[in-house]
Ligand binder design. Structure first.
Ligand code: HEM
Length: 314
């Protein structure tokens, strides 16, 4: 159930009258790897439950990523304590670190760099304290490889399947993405990222239902809801799914930390903003088939356009 405060904080992703794939990244301000929303407790609990019951879907790492994992943990923990000091604190006495998460009432003391002092791998550990999914792209010979990740809320993809893949292969299923070398330009842009200058972008999808864990592995559970959408019930069933994605350079391990914070908003709530409803209806009407088919909208795009136009003219 969405509230007006979800609407207020929703990262509205559209600019202009049409949508096409592009490098829509912007310098990040403030440069924090994480955000804390009013759904923090509920989503962190959901992540932990998924990690316990479906580790094969939600966590994978290659052994050479351990140094990068510690670097990612340090960056995220520092950001938590810096940007949300009333919720998280971090005290460092040489290598002994004390992290206090007041939101879930947990205090952990560990030796930075010593895996035996944490209950699980560093990336898995810090991921259990944030709403974001965390992906490590290791840089080697001018290429980026997805060599570790904690992914509980994927937008219809699979961490297990994609583990070890390079940037271009990860994006291979997207129609038109390698036309005019877009994939290569984006890869080059990521390779040039520097420490202390993170970038962020928004990605949007639509889905029937309000599930955050829409993994490829569970498609048979959630994919069928698309068939139920009509222009009468679209407001309730259909949700706009926006991912706030951020890119950070981890300099010591030559790795990129990619964080994904997923927001869902029902169309009913979304359309209370008439300007948004009008702009989105226009974008959906103009959207070329290669994009809406890839995004899985073919079955209910027209029902959504009807619903939004009705709300605009109310
Ligand atoms: C570096 C970390 C990144 C990783 C690990 C990553 C991974 C992925 C994956 C797994 C998909 C789904 C592909 C599928 O259908 O199987 C995807 C989609 C996509 N990615 Fe990335 N990506 C990254 C960065 C970026 C950046 C920086 C951009 C653009 C500037 C980008 C643009 C896109 C677009 C446009 C889609 C299609 C999304 C849609 O239509 O809903 N990605 N990405």
């Amino acid at each position: 159930m969405n509230t007006y405060s979800d609407l207020e904080h929703f990262p509205y992703p559209f600019k202009g009258e049409i949508y096409r794939y592009s490098n829509n990244s912007m310098p990040l301000d403030p440069p924090s790897s994480i955000e804390v929303s009013n759904k923090y407790k509920q989503e962190v609990k959901l992540k932990r439950d998924l990690l316990t019951h479906h580790p094969e879907r939600c966590y994978h790492s290659l052994s050479h990523t351990l140094d990068a994992q510690w670097e990612a943990l340090a960056l995220v923990m520092d950001n938590m304590a810096t940007y949300f000091p009333e919720k998280f604190t971090l005290h460092k006495c040489e290598d002994e670190w004390v992290f206090h998460n007041k939101m879930v009432d947990e205090k952990v003391t560990f030796i930075f760099g010593d895996g035996a002092t944490l209950p699980c791998e560093p990336l898995d550990f810090i991921g259990k304290h944030v709403q974001e999914d965390l992906i490590l792209m290791v840089q080697k010979d001018g290429e980026l490889y997805l060599d570790a990740g904690q992914l509980c809320f994927p937008g219809n993809w699979s961490l297990a399947f994609n583990l070890g893949m390079c940037f271009k292969d990860l994006h291979h299923p997207i129609p038109g993405f390698n036309e005019k070398g877009l994939d290569d330009r984006i890869r080059q842009f990521i390779l040039r990222l520097e420490e202390g200058s993170p970038w962020g972008r928004l990605n949007w999808q639509m889905q029937a239902g309000d599930r955050l864990d829409t993994s490829l592995e569970t498609f048979d559970e959630w994919g069928k809801e698309r068939k139920l959408v009509t222009s009468e019930n679209a407001g309730e069933i259909v949700h706009l799914r926006v991912e706030v994605q951020k890119l950070f350079r981890l300099p010591r391990s030559e790795t990129i930390l990619f964080t994904i914070h997923t927001h869902l908003l029902s169309l009913e709530m979304f359309a209370t903003n008439k300007q948004w409803a009008k702009q989105f209806a226009g974008i959906l009407e103009e959207l070329p088939p290669f994009i809406y088919e890839y995004k899985g909208l073919s079955l209910y795009r027209e029902a959504v356009i009807d619903y939004l136009n009705r709300r605009v003219s109310e």
